[in-house]
Structure formats: C-alpha cells, structure tokens
Design a protein around this ligand. Structure first.
Ligand code: PMV
Length: 311
C-alpha cells in the first residue's frame, strides 16, 4: 500500500493581488491533511473519494477531473502511458471550497502516492509543478501559491513565477482560523476580480499594489526587521481586509466573523483565500485567544482552528 499526505494552507496576506504579480504570504496548516492511499491490484485504476461519495475509474473520469489529471500527469512525468491497476482512495480533513487549499492538498497527496506506485521519485518542486497544472483546472488562472505552500509544506513568501522564498519567523504569532461554512469556489471569485480589473485596470492595479506593499511590510515584521512592533501585524491584516472589501470579495458571513474577532480583542482580522465565503483569520495573543475563539463560534463560525507561526 502506498500512502501520502499533504497539509491544508492559509494565506496570511496578498490573496488575489498575488494573481497579478504582487507578493503573498502563506503557511501550511498541518492539523488538517488530505491523504491518498493506493492499493495495487484488480484490473482497472479506480479513484475513490468517499468523503464526497465518488467512485470511478481513471478511464471514465471527466476531462476536467483534477484527481484523474494528477494521476495522468504523474504517469507522464514518470514516462508511463498509464498507471498499473489499483485502487486510489482519497480522504481529507480539509473543508472543501473554504480557502484552505483542499484541492491542492488532495492533488498533492495523489501525485505523491502515484509517484510511489510508479517508483518515480519526485522532489517538492516537481510535485508543485504537477499540482499547478491541476490547479489550473480547478481555479482557471491560479497564481501557484496553493500548490507551492502545500507541496513544500513551509511558510512562504511567494511571487508568481518565482521560486518560493521560505518565510522565517523571528517571533511566534498565534492565529485563529474561522470557517464561515459557506462554500465558495475560488474560480468564481478569481474570475470576478479579473472582470472588474479589465473594466478599470488603473483602479485595480492601485489596490493590488497596496496589497503587495502590505505583504512586504508584513514579511518584515514576521522576519523581525524594521521598527514596527509585532502587534502591528494585526493592523496590516485589518488594512489588507479593507482592500479585499474594495475588491468585493468579502461577504456578510466573513464580515460577521472579522468584526466579532476584533471586538473580542484580536489584534487584527481578515478574510483568507478567495473570499465570498470560506475562511478568515485573526491574530491573537495567549491572553485573547479564548475570548476570540468563543466570539467566532458565537458569530457563526462552523469551525475554529488555531495555529502558530514559530521561529
Ligand atoms: O484557494 P483559495 O481560496 O485559498 O484562493 C487562492 C488565492 C487566490 O489568490 C484568490 C487565487 C490564487 O490563485 O492565488
């Protein structure tokens, strides 16, 4: 039996603007994982995803099926026309369409397990490149940040088309991630931002630039440079959220959670990922964590996860 896992991810700064060449910061979320297990045998290659009640053969997969594409692209990379007969089972603890990278994690796990099945060693950048192809099927015009942070499993400072730069924290930062429970396909939000940008490129370019400036400043604070206190990261999150609102990717549910987190003492809060639903994050301290968690739950969060960025 071959088995491989990949983490979820959260974008700290720079979503959407990253599609237009601005930097973004993201971290893996190791407490939620997608796992692919492959049992060789039988006479066909089956793909099972019991969480979403799906079972089909590779031969009958739809042309835009990302899991099947992950298998086929890995075969091509290994110089094989097709995989040997087997059953591939995918299990994921990452909520779907919630801005936490479920698609990239599922495909990363499938690529790694398939590579094991074929006896073809792949490094993280090979895996990331294959998953980027599947992201195009899922997202339309992805920046590549999801496949990068998930395949490398490291906090990153990411610029589209450039090798990822590890984000090296100088201090610990404690975050809470609240899921609105509203499924929001990334593809639709990204396409809407693109349409708006095409109508008014000057205005949108300014917003993207301002988001990029925040991501650069946030990187300096996280990495311990500059003269701003660590808590200023919260203020930067609030400013990034305001710009995401200008991009029209917030939603009433996200606003509820962001407002509740701030009122309960978070140093800052913003939506995370494509928006319109999905998740938000709040910067907290050991002293405010419990109150912010409770406030998020009371404001309707379907799930609240904690994570820490550590040196
Ligand atoms: O997959 P999500 O929902 O975390 O969104 C990805 C981030 C975007 O910047 C909105 C799109 C992209 O490809 O970078």
């Amino acid at each position: 039996m071959m088995r491989a896992s990949a983490p979820g991810k959260a974008i700290l700064f720079g979503e959407h603007a990253v599609v237009y060449g601005q930097p973004a910061l993201a971290i893996p979320l190791t407490q939620v994982q997608a796992t692919a297990a492959i049992q060789p045998g039988g006479n066909e290659f089956w793909i099972e995803a019991p969480d979403v009640r799906r079972r089909y053969t590779l031969a009958e997969a739809a042309p835009d099926d990302a899991l099947a594409a992950a298998v086929r692209l890995t075969c091509a990379r290994a110089g094989e026309a097709a995989p040997p007969p087997a059953v591939l089972s995918l299990a994921s603890r990452i909520p779907i369409a919630s801005g936490l990278g479920s698609g990239a994690a599922a495909c990363t796990a499938v690529v790694r397990a398939t590579a094991q099945l074929l006896g073809c060693p792949l490094d993280d950048s090979d895996v990331s490149a294959i998953v980027f192809e599947t992201e195009k099927m899922l997202h339309g015009t992805p920046s590549g940040i999801d496949n990068t942070v998930v395949a490398f499993g490291l906090p990153v400072y990411f610029v589209r088309g450039q090798p990822p730069v590890p984000l090296r924290a100088a201090l610990s930062f404690q975050l809470l991630i609240g899921d609105t429970g509203v499924a929001s396909p990334t593809k639709a939000a990204v396409a809407d931002v693109r349409a708006a940008w095409q109508k008014d490129p000057q205005r949108y370019q300014k917003i993207f630039q301002a988001v990029g400036d925040l991501a650069r400043e946030a990187r300096n604070i996280i990495e311990g440079r500059g003269n701003r206190p660590a808590a200023f990261l919260g203020e930067l999150m609030n400013r990034n959220h305001a710009l995401l609102r200008e991009l029209d990717v917030s939603s009433p549910e996200l606003e509820n959670l962001v407002t509740a987190a701030r009122a309960a003492g978070a140093l800052g809060a913003k939506l995370s990922g494509a928006g319109r639903g999905g998740s938000m994050l709040a910067l907290v301290t050991p002293a405010s964590e419990a109150a912010v968690r409770k406030a998020l739950e009371q404001a309707g969060a379907q799930r609240v996860m904690g994570t820490t960025i550590t040196p």
